[in-house]
Design a protein around this ligand. Structure first.
Ligand code: NDP
Length: 321
């Protein structure tokens, strides 16, 4: 019997894994396998900052495998303002999960990092060998160092105890169940919400910045499949970047255009070039992923965005806004 515990199971990525496990054909590469039980835990099931609650969760479900997504996450403003809180709470959550996984003899753990673990001054594209090559960007160093430390812990657990702990590094994720808050969300859900309100209220849709920066976005349902692949088919401590290719970067302008189309917004639409743009591009390589997984078809960006907008509109009353 295999019991897979997904921490952060109620978030953007956790909900996507639940969706894929429940909708892909049973027994297929990404579908549920016979004998598998999947548990999607929220902070209500256990506050993972607390060691006793974490152990109680392991006592209850006895997971053989863990996909560890739970984290204190937030946009730039929150990260800049609460650096110690982001550092400390994420260190506590990660340490409790890895320690409980070790003492309860969990067979495998995949923890979720983020591309912000990479050094601020780095040669692009980012790849798995560059994580510890210099300090992360100063704006979110608390969050970034806590995440980086997971890779250090994974190596130490492997060397001292032979644990099968590893990590994944997704680029920017979007999809249903995202946080669509207007102030403290990532670019895609924030712009979807803004455009939706502009259409509803007959007001202009204004996008901050020039629209020129380029980013790699991964649809949460594609990312979910990659986590399931990593769980079943990848047994090495070194992290894997889970991303679309460098040639699939899209500009913020392309994102905004696609949102305007998907929302059906016909009003006045402009870019506020007085607002800061952020870094022009920070491409990450998915070469390692592709060399390992073989065939994988990413959902075209426009289609994924259309589905996300449809989900948001249909679930406006209950979505995180
Ligand atoms: P969400 O904010 O959507 O979800 C966070 C999840 O963590 C929720 O299920 C939440 O539970 C849970 N959680 C938060 N604090 C605690 C706690 N103290 N104890 C137990 N559970 C807790 O996050 P995402 O799905 O976007 O992110 C998942 C992972 O992916 C994170 O590790 C994040 O760092 C990483 N990531 C995300 C990216 C993105 O673009 N979104 C990009 C790269 C990495 P509850 O619902 O009860 O609050």
């Amino acid at each position: 019997m295999t019991t897979i515990l997904v921490t952060g199971g109620t978030g953007l990525v956790g909900k996507a894994i639940e969706h894929i496990i429940n909708t892909e054909p049973e027994g297929s590469r990404f579908g549920k396998k016979p004998g598998e039980t999947w548990i999607f835990a929220s902070s209500g099931d256990a506050d993972l900052r607390d060691a006793a609650q974490t152990q109680a969760l392991y006592d209850k479900y006895k997971p053989t495998h863990v996909i560890h997504l739970a984290a204190l996450v937030g946009g730039l403003f929150k990260n800049m303002k609460y650096k110690l809180t982001f550092l400390r709470e994420n260190i506590l959550i990660n340490d409790n999960i890895l320690h409980a996984s070790h003492v309860n003899q969990t067979q495998k753990v995949i923890s979720c990092l983020s591309t912000c673990v990479f050094p601020d001054k780095v040669e692009y594209p980012l790849d798995e060998d560059k994580i510890h090559g210099g300090p992360p960007h100063e704006s979110n160093f608390g969050y970034a160092h806590a995440k980086r430390m997971v890779d250090v812990q994974n190596h130490a657990y492997k060397e001292e105890f032979g644990c099968n702990f590893t990590s994944a590094i997704p680029t920017n994720v979007f999809g249903p169940y995202d946080n669509f808050d207007l102030e403290d969300s990532h670019v895609i859900p924030g712009l979807i919400h803004k455009c939706y309100l502009a259409k509803k209220n007959g007001t202009p849709f204004v996008v901050a910045g020039t629209g020129r920066p380029l980013r790699q976005f991964i649809y949460s349902y594609d990312l979910a499949k990659l986590f399931i692949w990593q769980l079943r088919e990848y047994d090495d401590v070194e992290p894997v970047i889970l991303s679309v290719g460098e040639d699939e970067e899209v500009s913020i302008k392309d994102v905004a255009n696609a949102i305007v189309n998907a929302v059906g917004f016909e009003g006045h639409y402009s870019f506020d070039t007085s607002r800061a743009d952020g870094q022009y591009r920070k491409p990450a390589s998915n070469k390692k992923l592709l060399s390992l997984i073989g065939e994988f078809e990413f959902t075209p960006f426009e289609k994924a965005l259309q589905e996300t907008v449809e989900w948001f509109v249909a679930n406006y009353d209950t979505a995180r806004t």
